[in-house]
Design a binder for this molecule. Structure first.
Ligand SMILES: C[S@@+](CC[C@H](N)C(=O)[O-])C[C@H]1O[C@@H](n2cnc3c(N)ncnc32)[C@H](O)[C@@H]1O
Length: 244
């Protein structure tokens, strides 16, 4: 309910507002994977990304490293683009022996005042993902598992380079290795991701429609499932880096 200026409450009707679970599905003129994906990934593999690391991500990573060093033997699970970070608690239940590092660029979504927050073996960090992946790889980290849950789809055709598989940071994501899982409500995104992973590593992926079994893993999953969207999941095991 909202209050009128008079203070008399009135009900919000569907005409005035969308319910929390009324979300429109991805609308895009693109219905097939972009044919440029393999070529773009190959180009990014050949030309390492050299943009300087953002200072805020470097400082945040130093704080994360200090925490991880308390139990340096524990494997690491990364929740990339975790939004509000609720998925991290659920991942911690699935991986009780691991550190869960949940990263997002938005301090607002993470409700973070400092650059990191910690609860047990879960660390939430405000960081730019491309930079964080490079810092982790530089620290010779190989992940136990990596989750990319409902990345921004960037559905316009000209936005291919903003999707993670079209981004110059993508080879770094691949080199972090481990079990990899991405979820989306736009199948084209995951079809392109599958093409990119295969082009870069020769790894076959498993891409399926799925329904969250008993509860959603993340707030976007909850919203999309409750809005009746078809959900998709891509899974694979990324090759281990030989020199780490
Ligand atoms: C659609 S939301 C999904 C959030 C969450 N994974 C979920 O499923 O509820 C995508 C998230 O990715 C984050 N993100 C996008 N680009 C990023 C980047 N370059 N570095 C860090 N976070 C990024 C956004 O801030 C946003 O919270």
């Amino acid at each position: 309910m909202t209050r009128r200026a008079s203070g008399v409450p009135h009900l919000i009707t569907a005409r005035h507002s969308r319910t929390p679970f009324s979300s429109s599905s991805v609308s895009s003129p693109q219905t097939e994977p972009d044919p440029r994906v393999s070529e773009l990934v190959t180009k990014h593999l050949q030309c390492p990304w050299r943009r300087p690391i953002a200072t805020h991500t470097l400082r945040a990573w130093e704080c994360v490293q200090a925490v991880l060093s308390e139990e340096a033997q524990c494997p690491i699970v990364l929740d990339s683009g975790c939004g509000t970070g609720e998925s991290a608690r659920k991942l911690a239940e699935c991986h009780p022996e691991c550190w869960i590092v949940a990263a997002d660029q938005s301090a607002y979504r993470l409700r973070l005042k400092a650059s990191i927050r910690r609860s047990g073996r879960i660390v939430w960090v405000r960081a730019e993902l491309g930079d964080l992946w490079r810092l982790m790889l530089h620290a010779k980290i190989q992940l136990k598992a990596h989750y990319l849950l409902y990345p921004n789809p960037w559905p316009k055709k000209q936005h291919l380079r903003r999707r993670w598989h079209g981004h110059p940071a993508f080879p770094t994501l691949l080199r972090l290795g481990g079990y990899f899982e991405a979820r989306s409500n736009w199948s084209v995104y995951l079809q392109e991701l599958a093409i990119a992973i295969h082009a870069a590593t020769g790894t076959n992926t498993n891409l399926t429609v799925f329904r969250p079994t008993h509860r959603a893993l993340s707030p976007f999953e909850l919203k999309y499932a409750a809005s009746g969207h078809e959900l998709y999941r891509l899974r694979c095991r990324l090759p281990k880096q030989q020199d780490s």
